[in-house]
Structure formats: structure tokens, C-alpha cells
Design a binder for this molecule. Structure first.
Ligand code: URA
Length: 238
């Protein structure tokens, strides 16, 4: 037996919150009867209808790891007709990205139609490690590295402690390569962290996400996750 909203989020194209909203609004039927109580338990043989559509519980989950190129948006559709990360993946399933990378950010992005795992990974409490390599204009001072590690104020709130290492300073181009490991996923977080100290990020790449890295994938390439990788992700968000 599983909670109704969890089952709807797992098999339907809905977030857990949207599933709850639909239940409360009386848009969900279980075996022909409206169920508007959150937390109702359902079994696998129950027929669930959401917004008039029977929930298909035989859906296969797909998990992809993409090395996102620049100039691709991390959404399922773009109102300006720009290329999206979904356009890069050959599948019939309605997959969506787990979190976001900016238009000009490259690197590791997960995509899936497994709403439960995606929501758990994106939830702030999951504290998934994400490793970024940032190319920053100017020479990043050691005192500023310390500030970044301890947290800086962005959008009125301090960032969590994180790992920050200077990889290289290039005198000729006057740029610094910095590696950051953060577990939050706030909007434009890395760029804003540097901006808070007066620096500009001119290139950004996500190298790692939880147990996953980009080994073997050129920019624009993708692969399916292995069963083991998926179970490890589940174990990290338990
Ligand atoms: N932080 C950013 O500023 N941009 C990204 O794309 C990811 C993290």
C-alpha cells in the first residue's frame, strides 16, 4: 500500500505538490470514487484516474546523464524556440531535467521520468554534492575563498558551508579556475556566490552530481544510467 499522492507523482507527470492539489480539488478517482483525502493508501490493483486520465502504472522509468552543451535551455519547452535539453535525447518518454543548469553552463545534467526520484534529488534536504569548475575573471583572493567556504549572502540568505579550491591562476588571461563542491541548488548559485564578492564567472561547468561524473561523455553526448547508479541515487535520498 502506498500513499495516493506518491503514486500519482510516481506514475503521472505531476510533482508531489500538484498531485496533492488535484486530490484536494476532487480531481482524483480511485476505483470510480472521488478521493479527496490526502494520505489515502492505495494498492497496485486500484484503478486511479487523474484529471480524467487513467494512471498508467506500467510505465518504464528512464534515467539519462547528459553532458549539456552551452546555448541549450534546461526546460522541456522554450517559448523563444531555443534548443532544449530534451531535444538532445532520443526517447518517446516524457522525461524532464532534474534541476537546472544555466543556458551558458555546460556539464552534468540528469533527466528522467521518475518523478519520485527527481523530486527527492531536488529537495533541499537531500544535500546532494555537486561539483562545479568555474572560470572567474581576475585573481580570486585566498581571503575570498575562505568567505565562499563559510557562506556568503545571496538573495538575502547565507549559502551553506562548501568546499572551495583554487585550481589555477592564469596571469596572461587574468583568470582563476576554481573548483566548488556545494550541496544546495539555488538559482544561479555559483555565479551569485562569486558576484557577492565582486567577481564574474565567465565559464561554468558541472563536473559531478552525487555518485556520477562525465567520464566517457563528450559535450552533447548522453548515456542511460545503470541499475546500480539508480539504486545508489535512491540510497542517497532515503
Ligand atoms: N550555478 C550557477 O550559477 N549556474 C548554474 O548553471 C549552476 C549553478
Amino acid at each position: 500500500m502506498e500513499r495516493l499522492q506518491k503514486v500519482i507523482a510516481m506514475y503521472g507527470d505531476y510533482s508531489r505538490r500538484k498531485a496533492e492539489e488535484l486530490i484536494v480539488k476532487g480531481k482524483v478517482l480511485v476505483n470510480g470514487k472521488v478521493v479527496s483525502e490526502l494520505g489515502t493508501k492505495v494498492k497496485s490493483s486500484d484503478v486511479i484516474v487523474v484529471n480524467g486520465d487513467v494512471l498508467d502504472k506500467n510505465i518504464n522509468f528512464e534515467y539519462y546523464l547528459l553532458n549539456k552543451p552551452r546555448e541549450v535551455v534546461t526546460t522541456t519547452k522554450d517559448e523563444h524556440g531555443r534548443k532544449t535539453v530534451i531535444d538532445l535525447i532520443d526517447t518517446q518518454m516524457r522525461i524532464y531535467p532534474v534541476g537546472r543548469l544555466d543556458y551558458d553552463t555546460t556539464g552534468l545534467l540528469l533527466l528522467t521520468n521518475d518523478g519520485v526520484l527527481a523530486n527527492k534529488l531536488m529537495h533541499p534536504s537531500s544535500k546532494i554534492d555537486k561539483v562545479y569548475i568555474a572560470k572567474v575573471k581576475g585573481k580570486v583572493l585566498a581571503s575570498d575563498v575562505k568567505k565562499l567556504r563559510q557562506g556568503v549572502i545571496i538573495d538575502g540568505r547565507k549559502t551553506s558551508r562548501c568546499i572551495v579550491k583554487i585550481k589555477k591562476y592564469n596571469k596572461k588571461s587574468n583568470t582563476t579556475i576554481v573548483k566548488l563542491t556545494i550541496h544546495e541548488g539555488r538559482n544561479h548559485q555559483v555565479k551569485k556566490m562569486f558576484m557577492a564578492l565582486g567577481y564574474e564567472v565567465i565559464k561554468l561547468k558541472r563536473e559531478k552530481y552525487a555518485n556520477l561524473d562525465l567520464r566517457g561523455l563528450k559535450v552533447g553526448e548522453y548515456r542511460r544510467l545503470t541499475y546500480k547508479e539508480v539504486t545508489t541515487l535512491y540510497s542517497l535520498v532515503k
